[in-house]
Ligand binder design. Structure first.
Ligand code: SAH
Length: 262
C-alpha cells in the first residue's frame, strides 16, 4: 500500500512549490490536482508515465475513491492543493476515508495566497506597534460562519485581516468594517492571481472605492482582500523599527549598546 501526500502547490507560480513538494511530485505514480490553479505545477514536475487527473468535476467521494485506488497501485500518490493544504481545502474530509482504509497520509505545507498577495504588493502583514496579529477569514457564503466569527466581530481587533473567498462580497466587507469602527478611507489591497506569471493584478483602494476599482479591473474571482492598518507602510516617513535590530536591544546573538545612536 502506498502513501498519499497532500501537497501545497503554492499560489500559482510553479516555482513557489516547496522543494519537498516538488520532489514528491517528481516520484509520484499518480497525481490528482485541484483545478486550473495548480495544473501547471503538476505537469511541469511529474515524471513520464505518471497518472495525472483533475478533480474539478469529481465529488468528495469520487476523489477519495481515486486516491485509495491509486494508493493500492503506487508507492507515492499526490493530492495537489492550491496554496497551503490546511487553509480552506478539504484536508480532513479526505484524510478520514484514507485513515479508515488504513492508508498512510502526509502533508506538505505550501505558500498560501495570503502570503503571496502580501509579497506581490511589498506589504508586511505585521508591523511593530501598528499590528502584531493576522486573521485569516472569509465572509459567509454557502458555508456558515461559526458563532463569534462574523467579520464585524473580528474586525474590532483592528489587526490585519486576510479575506479568502470573498471578492464578490466587497459590499459586505465594507459594511462589516464600518460597523466595527474602521473609517471609510481605510486602505484596502486586492490581489488577483497573486504570483501567476503575467496575470497578477494589484489593486489598491479604500473601503469606500475598492469595489468600483475591482469592477473596473473585472476582478470577480481568485483574489485576496487584505485590510490592515499596516498597508502602505513602505511609504511612511516615520516607522517604529523592530526591537530585534535596535542597537540598544540585547538578544541571544548580540549585546545591545547602552547609548543608542538616535
Ligand atoms: N489553500 C488556499 C486557499 C484556497 S481557498 C491558500 O492557502 O491560498 C480559495 C481562495 O484563495 C480564493 O477565493 C482566493 O481568495 C484565494 N486565492 C487562491 N489563490 C490565489 C491567488 N493566486 N491570488 C489571490 N488569491 C488567491
Amino acid at each position: 500500500m502506498g502513501k498519499v501526500w497532500f501537497v501545497g502547490a503554492g499560489p500559482g507560480d510553479p516555482e513557489l512549490i516547496t522543494v519537498k513538494g516538488r520532489d514528491l511530485i517528481a516520484r509520484a505514480g499518480a497525481i490528482l490536482y485541484a483545478g486550473s490553479l495548480v495544473s501547471e505545477v503538476a505537469t511541469r514536475f511529474a515524471p513520464a508515465g505518471c497518472e495525472i487527473a483533475d478533480s474539478k468535476e469529481m465529488t468528495l467521494e469520487q476523489i477519495s475513491a481515486w486516491l485509495i485506488g491509486k494508493a493500492q497501485a503506487h508507492d507515492t500518490v499526490v493530492r495537489l492543493q492550491t496554496g497551503d493544504p490546511t487553509l480552506y481545502g478539504t484536508l480532513i474530509e479526505l484524510v478520514q476515508p484514507l485513515d479508515i482504509a488504513g492508508i498512510e497520509v502526509g502533508v506538505v505545507p505550501g505558500v498560501s495566497s495570503a502570503m503571496a498577495s502580501a509579497a506581490a504588493a511589498v506589504e508586511s502583514l505585521t508591523l511593530p506597534e501598528v499590528t502584531q496579529t493576522v486573521i485569516f477569514t472569509r465572509l459567509q457564503g454557502r458555508t456558515p460562519m461559526p458563532p463569534g466569527e462574523s467579520l464585524e466581530e473580528l474586525a474590532r481587533h483592528r489587526c490585519t485581516l486576510c479575506l479568502f473567498l470573498s471578492i464578490t462580497l466587497l459590499h459586505k466587507v465594507k459594511e462589516a468594517l464600518l460597523a466595527a469602527g474602521w473609517r471609510d478611507d481605510s486602505p484596502v489591497l486586492v490581489v488577483h492571481k497573486a504570483s501567476w506569471p503575467g496575470e497578477e493584478k494589484i489593486v489598491r483602494g479604500t473601503l469606500a472605492d475598492i469595489r468600483d476599482k475591482c469592477r473596473a479591473e473585472k476582478i470577480a474571482s481568485q483574489a485576496m482582500i487584505i485590510v490592515s492598518p499596516a498597508l502602505g507602510a513602505r511609504r511612511w516617513p516615520e516607522l517604529k523599527k523592530s526591537k530585534l535590530y535596535d542597537v540598544a536591544f540585547t538578544h541571544r546573538f548580540r549585546k545591545g549598546m547602552k547609548t543608542a545612536t538616535r
